[in-house]
Ligand binder design. Structure first.
Ligand SMILES: [Ca+2]
Length: 154
């Protein structure tokens, strides 16, 4: 009995990890079928317009929940710049996206961390996190707080 009581809080805590990630800063759903077999992982990584990875920004490994739902929190001390969440097939099993590994299409939604200033003002960026959606013309810059519907597709 004593052992069961000790395990109960652990069980409850772990349930939170696999529930709907509604409390995360960025949430979305991964759909479609990976182009190759292998371990599918997600990463928050530095990006450039056009989907080129900025290798100077450390990647954050993101867990994929049930039904392809994922959630990720903002990094604690982000560098100023563009970020994206992607899914990829980790063909070399190093838990990092490496150039050339199969990845999801660019969803044209960039997560931009800005410190503000005159240059940022020109394009509508505010200090903190911004969502830049380049799938529309003209592109939009918003500060939604939490980003929902950050959906990914193979
Ligand atoms: Ca890899």
């Amino acid at each position: 009995m004593k052992r069961t009581l000790l395990l109960l809080p652990l069980a409850l805590a772990s349930c939170g990890l696999f529930g709907t990630p509604s409390n995360y800063d960025v949430t979305g759903t991964l759909t479609g079928t990976p182009p190759t077999a292998g371990n599918v992982r997600l990463a928050l990584l530095g990006a450039s317009l056009g989907g080129v990875v900025n290798a100077n920004v450390p990647q954050i490994d993101v867990s994929l929940g049930n039904r392809g739902v994922f959630g990720v929190d903002w990094p604690a001390a982000p560098a100023e710049g563009l970020y994206q969440v992607i899914a990829y097939v980790d063909t070399n099993s190093d838990r990092q996206y490496n150039s050339g590994e199969p990845r999801t299409h660019d969803n044209q939604k960039y997560l931009v961390y800005s410190r503000g200033g005159a240059l940022a003002d020109l394009v509508g960026l505010k200090a903190g996190w911004n969502l830049v959606n380049t799938s529309t013309t003209p592109f939009t810059v918003t500060q939604p707080g939490r980003v929902t519907g950050y959906d990914l597709n193979w």
